[in-house]
Design a binder for this molecule. Structure first.
Ligand SMILES: [Zn+2]
Length: 376
C-alpha cells in the first residue's frame, strides 16, 4: 500500500515512456489502456474478466453515473469500487465531454453547464465544484478537471476563449478538490490544433499544479494525421515527471502512434463497443465476424491469442452466435478485443524496456499489412 499517488518513469525509448503509477488501490503499468466502464460496468464483461485481460485501471463516466443511479446513491452504497465489484484503480472523467455529446445542451456560462438528461429529460447543472463533488462521492482514484472539450473544427479565436475558460475551470477544480491524500487530480490541456494555445494551456496547468496531465480536445473528428501532428509537440509541453493521458483514443494504430509520441495512458470504448457489433481486432487487422466467409471455418480468430474466445471457440461458432444474436457473442468478442488491447500495451511496455520500440512498431504495422488469414 502506498499512501500517496506517485509516478515512476522506469525507461524511455525515443519519446516512448515505460512507467508505473502507484495508487492506494494498486499499481498501474504504463503505457496503460483503460477499458471504459460507462455505467458501472464494462459492457458484457464480469469485472474479474476485465482484470484477467490485464487491465490495471478502469474508466467510469461521471455524466452517466450522476444521472443514474446518481453519485449520492453510489456513495451511500459504499462507493463505486464496492458497487461494481472492482477493487483496482478507477479514473472518472469530469462529465463535461458527455454533456456536449449526449445531452440537449441548455446553457453554458462562466459558472458551468446546465443541461437536460438524455435519460428522462430532467435538468442538471455541472460546474467544476459539482464535478469534483460527484467524483469524490464515487470514490474515484484519479479525478479529472471539469473542462470544455473544444469542438473541432474551431476557429482560432473560439478555441482560445474555450481553452482559457477551461483553464479558469481547472483552477476552480483544483481548489474544490482540496487535499485528498491517495487521490489524484489531473489537469487537461486544451488549445485545439493551435500550437501556441497548447503551450499557453500547458503553462497555465503547470502553474496550478496537478498529479497528472491529459491531452484533451483530440479524437474529436480531426483525423489521425492531424492528431499525430498535435501529439508531435503537445505532450512535450507537459511536465515529464507526471503521467500523460490522451483522452478517448483509440484504434490500435492510434495507440501505438500516441505511445511513440510520449503518451502514458489512454481510454476508449472501441474494443468493447466493437465486440458487440462483431468487429474484432487482431494482430492482422480488423476481422468482421458477421462475414459469411467464417461460417464453416473451424479455426480460431487468432491462433496465437490466449483469450477464451480464441482458445475454446471457432470462427464458425463466433459467426453463428453473432448472427443468432446470442449474448455470448458480445461476451466473447469483447473479451478478445480487450485481451488484444492489453497484449498490445504489454508488448509496447516490454519493447520500451529493452529499447526496441521502433522494431516493435515496424512489426506491428507489417503484421497488420498482411491482413486476415486466407478463407478456407
Ligand atoms: Zn482472442
Amino acid at each position: 500500500m502506498t499512501a500517496k499517488f506517485s509516478f515512476d518513469l522506469l525507461a524511455t525509448d525515443g519519446k516512448a515512456r515505460r512507467g508505473v503509477i502507484h495508487t492506494t488501490r494498486g499499481d498501474i503499468r504504463t503505457p496503460a489502456f483503460m477499458p471504459v466502464g460507462t455505467a458501472a460496468t464494462v459492457k458484457a464483461m464480469m469485472p474479474e474478466s476485465v482484470a484477467a485481460t490485464g487491465a490495471d485501471i478502469l474508466l467510469g463516466n461521471t455524466y452517466h453515473l450522476m444521472l443514474r443511479p446518481t453519485a449520492e446513491r453510489i456513495d451511500r452504497l459504499g462507493g463505486l469500487h464496492k458497487f461494481m465489484n472492482w477493487d483496482k484503480p478507477i479514473l472518472t472523467d469530469s462529465g463535461g465531454f458527455q454533456v456536449m455529446s449526449l445531452s440537449a445542451l441548455r446553457k453554458m456560462t462562466e459558472d458551468g453547464v446546465t443541461f437536460k438528461s438524455h435519460i428522462d429529460g430532467s435538468m442538471h447543472t455541472l460546474t467544476p465544484e459539482r464535478s469534483m463533488e460527484i467524483q469524490k462521492l464515487l470514490g474515484s482514484d484519479i479525478v479529472m478537471c471539469f473542462d470544455e472539450c473544444t469542438p473541432f473544427p474551431a476557429e482560432e479565436k473560439v478555441a482560445h476563449e474555450s481553452m482559457r475558460m477551461s483553464m479558469r475551470w481547472a483552477k476552480r477544480s483544483r481548489e474544490a478538490f482540496g487535499d485528498r491524500p491517495g487521490h489524484a487530480l489531473f489537469g487537461i490541456q486544451q488549445g485545439s490544433v493551435f500550437r501556441d494555445q497548447r503551450q499557453e494551456s500547458a503553462e497555465k496547468l503547470a502553474g496550478i499544479g496537478f498529479d497528472g496531465y491529459a491531452v484533451g480536445g483530440l479524437a474529436v473528428g480531426e483525423g489521425q494525421d492531424m492528431m499525430f501532428d498535435v501529439l508531435d509537440y503537445a505532450p512535450d509541453m507537459l511536465p515529464t515527471d507526471r503521467p500523460r493521458y490522451l483522452m478517448g483514443v483509440g484504434k490500435p494504430d492510434d495507440i501505438v502512434g500516441a505511445v511513440k509520441r510520449g503518451i502514458d495512458m489512454m481510454d476508449c470504448v472501441l474494443p468493447s463497443r466493437s465486440g458487440r457489433t462483431g468487429q474484432v481486432f487482431t494482430r492482422h487487422g480488423v476481422v468482421n465476424i458477421k462475414n459469411a466467409r467464417h461460417q464453416d471455418d473451424p479455426r480460431p480468430l487468432d491462433e496465437n491469442c490466449t483469450c477464451p474466445a480464441c482458445r475454446n471457440y471457432s470462427r464458425a461458432y463466433l459467426h453463428h452466435v453473432f448472427r443468432a444474436q446470442e449474448m455470448i457473442s458480445g461476451m466473447l468478442l469483447t473479451w478478445h478485443n480487450l485481451h488484444y488491447y492489453q497484449e498490445l500495451m504489454q508488448g509496447m511496455r516490454d519493447a520500451i524496456e529493452v529499447g526496441r520500440f521502433a522494431a516493435f512498431e515496424a512489426e506491428f504495422h507489417a503484421q497488420r499489412a498482411q491482413g486476415d488469414i486466407d478463407p478456407l
